[in-house]
Design a protein around this ligand. Sequence first.
Ligand code: CO
Length: 466
Amino acid sequence: MKKVQLTETVLRDAQQSLMATRLPYADYADILADMDKAGYYSIECWGGATFDSCLRYLNEDPWERLRNLRKNLPNTRLQMLLRGQNLLGYKHYHDDVVEKFIELSIKNGIDVIRIFDALNDFRNIATALDSVNKYRNQRTVASGCISYTQSPVHTVEKYIEMCKELKSMGFDTICLKDMAGTMSPYEAEHLIKGIKDAIGDMTLILHTHCTTGMAYMTLTKAIESGIDVIDCATSCFSGGTSQPATESMYYALKQYGIETGLDEDIINKVNDFFKPVKQKYIDNGQINPKSLATDAQALVYKVPGGMLSNMIANLTDMHAMDKFDEALAEIPKVRADMGYPPLVTPLSQMVGNQAVTNVLIGERYKNISKEIKNYIKGEYGIAPAPIDPALMEKVLGADGSPVDCREEDQKRTGEEFVAAREALGDLCRSEEDIMSYICYPDQTLKFLKDRKAQEENEAVYTIEAM
Ligand code: CO
């Protein structure tokens, strides 16, 4: 019987998309024992924005959350999303930092590490893969992930080449990550058939979002074309900017005679559990009804919905909404000048801001942001297509040439670890504390100070109670 498995995203991408990753562990601890029996391919539960959000907003230790997930989901693959050399942040880290992060992630309970680079420059995910291979156990899965976008250089042939490269690098599975939800059913069909022909029986995964309204159609075509795993969210946390619904896909697949391995009663029970959780965040305003709706604008303008709303907010702040159409038309031009980067964080913000600047000043690239300069210098990696030569010259000078980001990244100086130990002093209890500090110094320092203060209070309270 044909088989398609489902990854459940409610604990990571679904709550990240619908409520800015503010779901505390305590809100779902009581359903984990059931989720462990649901039969998911994996549960995506860590990485992405969860790490930052734990420290910044939820006063939770992200590593402790992971250990608790591991303890309560002993039979299910735990999955995380990793931004390659950026780990969970926005800058490139040295290789020794990347290696230590992955060692600790596996040690604390992660099984599936989905690794991507915003530019699909696979040199930026190679160290992460090597590290997974160094510390892997029998359950570990290294998933090579492609950031999906549309442009004149992003052809089916190019994606097939990328998949062949991921396979030859030694990844266990390949994931197509359609972060903006712009992959159409037609594109899914051609892409997945072509990729499956090229990579044979290697597991292929599709990650998409309902944002533009196409995801269910796209998944249907993907299933007909041979996809192995799809990402879904329990139905009350599905739709809008989140993933398609787990139970709906289960029922549809069942009628096709496709086995999912899911337990129908349990996936319904999981959804019943999350209904009041969702209602709580609708009532307190953390789930914005806008994120639950379909917004097809990304298909018309070829820019993700989040980027449009950012631009509207910026132009409104500057009392320049009359420039909206002009700025919108400038976005694809800036993106073309930059060699068609996928419009994913942080590139979506960088391209959007530069487009607005170009229009407001009335002269293109009179002011160039620091981030765009660094991009053009090569610090993010190699652009999918050549960068406009005139823009290159403007940033690098007449005889300047871009840097190779690997030169800096491959340094293993250990300096970050030393600096973190010094900064944390007696607040530091573990390698995990050090890694949290390297990733998010200010948030971690505050979190660890609070932890210490809380323990001292508790100690005083215990003595007084005796
Ligand atoms: Co996503």
